[in-house]
Structures are given as structure tokens and as C-alpha cells.
Ligand binder design. Structure first.
Ligand code: NAI
Length: 273
């Protein structure tokens, strides 16, 4: 897919850590589609990850910013506006983290300091980012802002823990802020609810491989890969989706609409026979 549908468009990509990251794949595909961007991640992730490599490959500048820190966000947006000498057309928020998940703390025994930190990083940071862009009037008319979510915001996935609550808040913030961004600046805001995908964040969830295999068997089209997600994001950043806003969009091979599949029934049948 080498159509230059993002030619001339400029933006910011949050959350590329290594080549498994959804944001990494997205940066590569946006570049192929003709878009230009600043790459950003938390200072600690810049030290530990491989983002320099992605910066070189996509000819992009890298700017450190903790997405929970308003001062960092202000500096990042200022830097980007100066760098491109123009307003921005697209923003990808591809950030998630739960200390409770990381440390194996059960949902019925949460550490609330960790919960607050995870919520700030995974959900409130999206509000902070949009508020920074909004106040600086940093987005071009018909710009597009996307955050990545997961279906645990709507349905129970016990091991997803407090990340389910973070995703529910993230999706709500997208709608609430998207209303104001649409009304006064003609900018669209959506979340994309992605299939389970093998990445650093994904692998942190207990039983992730079983998860992956279950959803592969339930989805008529199979799980959506990082590349599928990247292609969808490009479509959402393009001018072909100008009137799509305030939506939680499933990129999941049909998983979210299926009750049970024949493959899962066959597995259960084998078990009970
Ligand atoms: P990843 O681990 O590659 O990306 C998460 C990113 O968040 C990392 O780059 C990390 O450095 C960044 N981050 C953490 N704290 C930050 C902070 N304070 N400031 C700035 N950046 C910070 O994993 P992945 O899977 O690519 O995650 C991207 C998004 O996709 C997340 O929102 C995740 O919840 C979502 N998602 C992932 C799925 C999966 O199965 N991997 C499924 C559905 C959604």
C-alpha cells in the first residue's frame, strides 16, 4: 500500500518503543503514505528503547516527553509547530501502562497509588495532550486525533485488570473532548479498539498467549496485526474519513460482534466428549 494519501500532512506519534510497538509500525506506514512526524516517548523509554533507529529510518526528529507532564507536552507541541512551521494534521496516542498489571496485583486487591498512576499514563494523558493542542490552537482544520484502546473497556477480561477501567476512561475522554474539538476546530477524535497484539505492553498481561489464540479463533477474519492497525490509522488520518468522529472503532477481525465461533465450539466439544 504505497498510496501517498498523507502527502503534506504533519503530526506527532507517541509510543514507539521497539519494532513490536503498534506506534513503530504505524510510523513506518505513515512515512510510506507521505506523512511527516515527530516521534516522542517518555525519557526513560528513549533511553531503553530503540527509537533512534526508527528516527533514522523515517527521517524524523525525536523529542522526549512524559505524556503525563503538562510542561513536557507544551514543549513538545511548541517544538513540533516550530519544526514544521505549520499546524498539525494528525496525532497518535499509543500509550498504556498499569503497575498493578505489571506487578501481578489482583483486581480485588488493587494498589490505588499504582491505579492512579496507570490511569494518568493510559487515559488522563490523552486529555492533557488534547488540552495542550487545543489551547495552542495547534491542529489544522480537518485534523485527526487517534488513541488506541481495547475491548476490555466494554467486556470483562479478568486479567486485563485496571487497564479495563483506563481504557473505558480513555474512550470517554475521546468522545467528550472530541465534541469540543469538532465544534470549534473541525478536528476529529476517535479511538481504535485493536485486537490483542504481541508487543511489550501486550505481553505484560497474564495469559496473553491464550487470549491471542482465543480471539484468533473467534474472529471471522482472525486477529488484526500491528500492520493492519497501522493501515487503519493511516485511513483515519487521511481526508477519506473527514466526518468520522467521537467513535470507538473496532479493528479486530470481527471479534466484537461474535458470540461464539464454530472453532471454539469444536474445542469445547473435544473437551466434554
Ligand atoms: P508498547 O509497550 O510498545 O507501547 C506502549 C508505549 O507507552 C511505550 O512506548 C511506552 O514507552 C509508552 N509510555 C508509557 N508511559 C509513558 C509516559 N508516561 N509518557 C509517554 N509514553 C509512555 O505496546 P503497544 O501494544 O504498542 O501499546 C500501544 C497502545 O495500544 C496502548 O494504548 C495499548 O494499550 C494499546 N493496545 C494494545 C494491544 C495489545 O494487545 N498490544 C491491544 C489493544 C490496544
Amino acid at each position: 500500500m504505497s498510496h501517498k494519501i498523507l502527502e503534506g500532512k504533519k503530526g506527532i506519534i507517541f509510543g514507539a518503543l521497539d519494532e513490536l510497538s503498534i506506534a513503530w509500525k504505524t510510523a513506518e506506514v505513515i512515512k510510506q503514505a507521505g506523512g511527516e512526524f515527530i516521534l516522542t516517548n517518555a525519557p526513560v523509554a528513549l533511553r531503553m528503547g530503540k527509537i533512534d533507529e526508527l528516527g533514522k529510518n523515517t527521517n524524523s526528529k525525536i523529542f522526549a516527553a512524559d505524556a503525563t507532564n503538562l510542561d513536557d507536552l507544551n514543549k513538545l507541541v511548541e517544538f513540533t509547530l516550530n519544526h514544521f512551521d505549520s499546524k498539525l494534521d494528525f496525532i497518535l496516542h499509543s500509550i498504556g501502562m498499569s503497575i498493578n498489571v505489571r506487578k501481578g496485583k489482583h483486581y480485588t486487591d488493587l494498589n490505588y497509588d499504582w491505579m492512579a498512576k496507570g490511569s494518568d499514563v493510559s487515559a488522563v494523558s490523552f486529555h492533557k495532550l488534547m488540552q495542550t493542542l487545543y489551547k495552542k490552537d495547534a491542529m489544522n482544520k480537518w485534523g485527526s486525533i487517534i488513541a488506541l484502546s481495547y475491548i476490555a473497556a466494554q467486556r470483562i477480561f479478568p486479567n486485563y485488570n485496571d487497564m479495563a477501567d483506563n481504557k473505558a476512561l480513555l474512550e470517554s475522554i475521546a468522545r467528550s473532548f472530541g465534541y469540543f474539538f469538532g465544534k470549534s476546530k473541525q478536528v476529529r477524535v476517535n479511538t481504535i479498539s485493536q485486537s490483542p497484539t504481541i508487543t511489550t505492553a501486550g505481553k505484560g498481561v497474564e495469559g496473553f498467549n491464550e487470549f491471542l489464540s482465543f480471539s484468533e479463533k473467534l474472529s471471522p477474519l482472525g486477529n488484526a496485526s500491528s500492520e493492519d492497525c497501522a493501515n487503519y490509522i493511516v485511513a483515519m488520518f487521511s481526508d477519506y474519513t473527514k466526518k468520522v468522529t467521537l467513535q470507538n472503532l473496532y479493528n479486530d477481525g470481527g471479534y466484537s460482534s461474535v458470540g461464539v465461533s464454530q472453532e471454539i465450539l469444536d474445542l469445547v466439544k473435544d473437551r466434554i466428549e
